[in-house]
Design a protein around this ligand. Structure first.
Ligand SMILES: NC(=O)c1ccc[n+]([C@@H]2O[C@H](COP(=O)([O-])OP(=O)(O)OC[C@H]3O[C@@H](n4cnc5c(N)ncnc54)[C@H](OP(=O)(O)O)[C@@H]3O)[C@@H](O)[C@H]2O)c1
Length: 309
């Protein structure tokens, strides 16, 4: 496993980060979830991403239980707030920052998180109020560094103008099938010492090649899952499936799986610090972890551009 420094922080994180949306504390069995986390650590993954809202708090509770036996300085722990919680709490007000952070720390069983991320922009709360409360959490030692997810350039500039804005990470959706953030957010963040930690780098599994046009989703896949399949169907378009078919020979000729090709492709960008994967089985963690360190030659990158066009 290779590691990269996260923006201007002192956090050295693995190129592959293990995420927990839909999966842990959710649609994946306890035994499989534990096996995934354990395999990730064995392979050198030291970066774990979660959020208060994932499975209504159950993802954080699960992680708290499985991380308990590990030295706190052996992993970098990231969580988030914004989306509505089962108790109705939502948004980025100062009161929510205090309440949700304390609740996350309790579920995670830790006294601090390394990265606390605003899961979205809150247009109902002045950003100065949010940043003030986040800064207070940093000074209390509950949070080390700050991040945001899916903020546009205007949001980013407004937040960075404030005192105490210790932002070092941006968490956008970024994959071969979703590139909106490359043009403006990547360069702006690079100038500001903010790294990209990208979500759904496999487009929820579509880029692994498991879904084929005209065929039902394979058993055991996200698209076939009642519990985890809600968000993938709008991405399973004929155009995307055709792109994946055109990528198959590129991966095969490089001796890579499609998943490894997709992960090496997001990691080709120096602005990307880590690819946040989901995994339902330890074998997936293993396959994905092997993408770290793969350098795609220029000819392959050109073929990929043509395949995605
Ligand atoms: N900030 C945000 O708003 C936001 C939003 C979404 C996600 N996230 C973060 O990003 C993380 C990753 O999101 P994601 O789960 O959508 O990522 P993803 O890596 O694009 O997709 C993960 C899913 O693909 C399948 N998969 C993974 N590796 C595979 C392999 N080698 N072979 C075959 N199938 C494989 C698995 O599903 P099946 O086995 O079930 O098919 C797995 O659960 C989340 O856990 C979360 O931490 C953040």
């Amino acid at each position: 496993m290779r590691y990269r420094m996260l923006g201007g922080s002192d956090l050295r994180v693995s190129e592959i980060c293990l995420g927990s949306w839909l999966t842990y504390g959710g649609g994946v069995s306890r035994a499989q979830a534990e096996a995934c986390v354990s395999r990730a650590f064995d392979l050198g993954v030291n970066f774990i991403d979660t959020a208060n809202v994932y499975s209504g708090g159950a993802a954080e509770r699960f992680l708290g239980e499985v991380l308990r036996g590990r030295p706190r300085d052996s992993y970098v722990l990231a969580t988030k707030l914004f989306f509505p919680m089962p108790d109705g709490g939502r948004g980025l007000s100062a009161q929510q920052v205090r309440t949700q952070l304390d609740a996350s720390l309790k579920r995670l069983g830790v006294d601090h998180v390394d990265l606390y991320q605003c899961h979205r922009w809150d247009s109902e709360v002045p950003v100065a109020e949010t940043v003030g409360a986040l800064d207070e959490a940093v000074r209390q030692g509950k949070v080390r560094w700050l991040g945001f997810s899916e903020w546009n350039p205007g949001h980013i500039r407004a937040a960075l103008a404030l005192p105490g804005a210790r932002f070092v990470s941006s968490q956008p959706q970024y994959s071969m099938l979703h590139r909106d953030w490359e043009r403006e957010v990547f360069p702006l963040c690079a100038r500001e010492g903010i790294g990209q930690i990208v979500w759904s780098p496999l487009a929820q599994g579509i880029l692994t090649g498991k879904y084929r046009a005209g065929e039902a989703p394979p058993a055991g896949s996200r698209a076939a899952s009642q519990a985890m399949g809600t968000f993938i169907h709008s991405r399973l378009t004929p155009e995307n499936l055709a792109r994946v078919e055109r990528l198959r020979p590129v991966a095969a000729e490089l001796g890579l799986s499609l998943a490894q090709l997709a992960l090496a492709w997001v990691l080709r960008r120096p602005e990307v610090t880590s690819a946040i994967i989901g995994a339902t089985r330890p074998e997936q963690v293993e396959e994905n972890a092997r993408a770290s360190g793969v350098i795609l030659p220029p000819e392959a990158l050109e073929r990929i551009e043509r395949a995605l066009a």
